[in-house]
Design a protein around this ligand. Structure first.
Ligand code: NAP
Length: 284
């Protein structure tokens, strides 16, 4: 057997087109949806991510603004800036690119962003709303994965879903979304004993650890759906996921590639969250 490839790039394109149409409708009411991204320091990977997010926003007909601050910017200055953005009615979404320099308290920064503009979905209020089944903003990566599963008509009710990796931005919110969809969820972390025994039970397997090759074909249930979130840069250039694609592809029923799988969907869902924020603003 050989797995069907879930094309995240093509689906992301469709999602972005839908956002563009919604942006046109808002503009007809005199509202230009706007995302402001704050980048502190000069981390090269962060610079690329920020550029891509800003470009995607512009292509979708939304206003994007990138505010770059020096790596030694005092925490107080960043918090003041977020306060100003919170009060600006032209700013519908605020995103502070992570990671932040070590002298800045990341948790405090996220809590300072207005929960109503927290398009990353990382604010503690948004995490709580998600956990209690009343989501406002869903974190972009797991939200994008849910869209991929939906577009592939993957049944989730009663399915065994196993997630490898339990971060606040991917694994934990993924668990909440799959649970809400009726799956039976297992969340694994670095202390999990016999990872293969867990992953082999999965009808839907999501892998998000940042450890290339942590899951291979021998750890996958035949015919299952494998979602590879990992983005790992090879020393010789190029990207690989956390799943050994070749061996997994031979066993799984469907699999996401890296690149071209979850990554494009993450950006697309940031646009969805921003347009939703602007639409909510327009309705209030
Ligand atoms: P993270 O914050 O470093 O969390 C990694 C998680 O993996 C932790 O929960 C950790 O367990 C777990 N883990 C590490 N080694 C493990 C092992 N041997 N067995 C089982 N679990 C293990 O990472 P993240 O931010 O979630 O990102 C994970 C990966 O996804 C990275 O490659 C990142 O670049 C990528 N990513 C991609 C996208 C996208 O759009 N495609 C978005 C976000 C992240 P403990 O909790 O025990 O430490």
């Amino acid at each position: 057997m050989s797995a069907r490839i879930i094309d995240g790039k093509a689906l992301a394109q469709r999602v972005r087109e839908d956002v563009r149409e919604r942006a046109v409708a808002l503009k007809a009411k005199g509202i230009v949806p706007g995302l402001t991204v704050v980048l502190v320091g000069e981390n090269p990977a962060s610079q690329v991510y920020v550029r891509n997010k800003a470009a995607a926003c512009e292509q979708a007909g939304m206003r994007s603004r990138v505010i770059g601050l020096g790596a030694d910017t005092p925490e107080e200055e960043l918090l003041d800036l977020i306060g100003t953005l919170n009060d600006d009615p032209q700013v519908h979404g605020i995103l502070v690119q992570l990671p932040l320099p070590g002298h800045i308290d990341t948790g405090l920064v996220i809590e300072t962003i207005s929960a109503a503009k927290d398009v990353d979905g990382f604010h503690i209020s948004n995490a709580g709303l998600l956990m209690t089944g009343r989501p406002l903003f869903r974190p972009c990566t797991p939200y994008g994965i849910m869209k991929m599963l939906e577009s592939e008509d993957i049944p989730l009710r009663g399915a065994e879903a196993v997630i490898v990796g339990a971060s606040n931005i991917v694994g934990k919110p993924m668990a909440m979304l799959l649970l809400a969809a009726g799956a039976t969820v297992t969340l694994c972390n670095s202390k999990t004993q016999d990872l293969g025994a867990q992953t082999r039970r999965a009808d839907v397997l999501v892998v998000a650890t940042g450890r290339p090759g942590i899951v291979n074909g021998s750890m996958i249930k035949p015919g299952s759906v494998v979602i590879d979130v990992g983005i790992n840069r090879l020393p010789e250039g190029g990207l690989v996921g956390d799943v050994d694609f070749k061996s997994a592809h031979a066993v799984a029923g469907a699999i996401t590639p890296v690149p071209g799988g979850v990554g494009p969907m993450t950006i697309a869902m940031l646009l969805v969250n921003t347009i939703e924020a602007a639409e909510r603003g327009a309705a209030s």
